[in-house]
Design a protein around this ligand. Structure first.
Ligand SMILES: Nc1ncnc2c1ncn2[C@@H]1O[C@H](COP(=O)(O)OP(=O)(O)OP(=O)(O)O)[C@@H](O)[C@H]1O
Length: 282
């Protein structure tokens, strides 16, 4: 963990009237890492992202982005360097491409670079065929895609995503997660994402903060947390011959290992969805 801290929060706390949404949160996200902010509904994930991006003022505690304190004065300048998926609604009367062009202009991108990036980000979220549709005519999931495209447009060095795969169909969710994995592999983008949908995120997150009712219940590197919780590993062997599976189990039992009976692995509804709608397995 050698990168410079891009995000640092100390004692971050936010109350709404007498309800404490986030309490005493400490976190550091270093350059090029992916932090997952995880927790059930109402645990404070979105509030955390809004506090970290300067969209909400803390009741107590401090936030630094790129080593600079976030204050009402610095927030607009610092926010120009980050991509936030949840920030501000899209203009419903403008088309997807017009929304993105406006965003590109706000971030100082040239018209030509914006046009190139629009094609690239619409491909990432699989929305190219709706680029000239008014955003107001899009379904909820398609609007979500447009917001992700907007967050990615200016190739921000720091990206905040709030439930990025919520409302996306399984193939589009995989496309978005695949793109985030590519950004992670490039090492130039630092990502903070909050979610309660864990599927597909295990391989993406380097670090996690787990929240419950606004408090941190665990935080650290994913590998270290998993290893500390489950020091033992299980091993999986796959064979297609039932008799061979039973023989292997009998041999293991004879050698003194407590092994359960072999169980067939049934293809899932997920597998069926991809076989029928994405052409896999045809
Ligand atoms: N603007 C607000 N006014 C009053 N209470 C709020 C406000 N925003 C959030 N809260 C409360 O703060 C707590 C944390 O909310 P938050 O949206 O951060 O949770 P979350 O973990 O993102 O939840 P979800 O997974 O359901 O999106 C909740 O109890 C919520 O009702």
């Amino acid at each position: 963990m050698t990168g410079e801290p891009q995000v640092r929060a100390v004692g971050l706390t936010r109350a709404f009237d007498d309800r404490v949404a986030v309490s005493g949160l400490d976190l550091t996200v270093r350059q090029g890492r992916v932090l997952g902010v995880l927790g059930p509904n109402g645990s404070g994930k979105s509030t955390t992202v809004r506090l970290l991006t300067g969209l909400l003022r803390p009741t107590a505690g401090t936030v630094e982005l790129f080593g600079e304190p976030v204050t009402p004065e610095t927030a607009p300048r610092l926010r120009a360097r980050i991509g936030v998926q949840t920030e501000a609604n899209l203009y419903l009367r403008l088309t997807v491409a017009e929304n993105l062009r406006t965003w590109g202009a706000l971030h100082g991108l040239s018209r030509r670079h914006t046009a190139e990036r629009i094609s690239e980000v619409l491909d990432v979220v699989n929305l190219a065929d709706r680029r000239d549709a008014p955003v107001g005519s899009l379904s909820k999931g398609l609007r979500q895609k447009a917001k992700i495209a907007r967050a990615l447009l200016a190739e921000p060095e720091l990206l905040f995503l709030d439930e990025p795969t919520a409302g996306l169909d399984p193939a589009s969710a995989l496309d978005v997660l695949g793109h985030l994995a590519k950004l992670r592999a490039d090492g130039r983008t630092t990502i903070v994402l909050c979610t309660h949908q864990l599927h597909g995120l295990e391989e993406l997150c380097d670090d996690v903060v787990m929240l419950d009712r606004g408090r941190v219940v665990a935080s650290g590197e994913v590998d270290e947390l998993v290893a500390a919780h489950w020091p033992e590993r299980e091993y999986l062997v796959r064979v297609t011959d039932r008799a061979a599976a039973e023989q292997a189990v009998a041999d293991l039992r004879a050698a003194g290992h407590a092994v359960p009976d072999p169980e067939p692995v049934e293809p899932s509804l997920h597998d069926l969805y991809f076989a029928l709608l994405q052409g896999e397995g045809r």
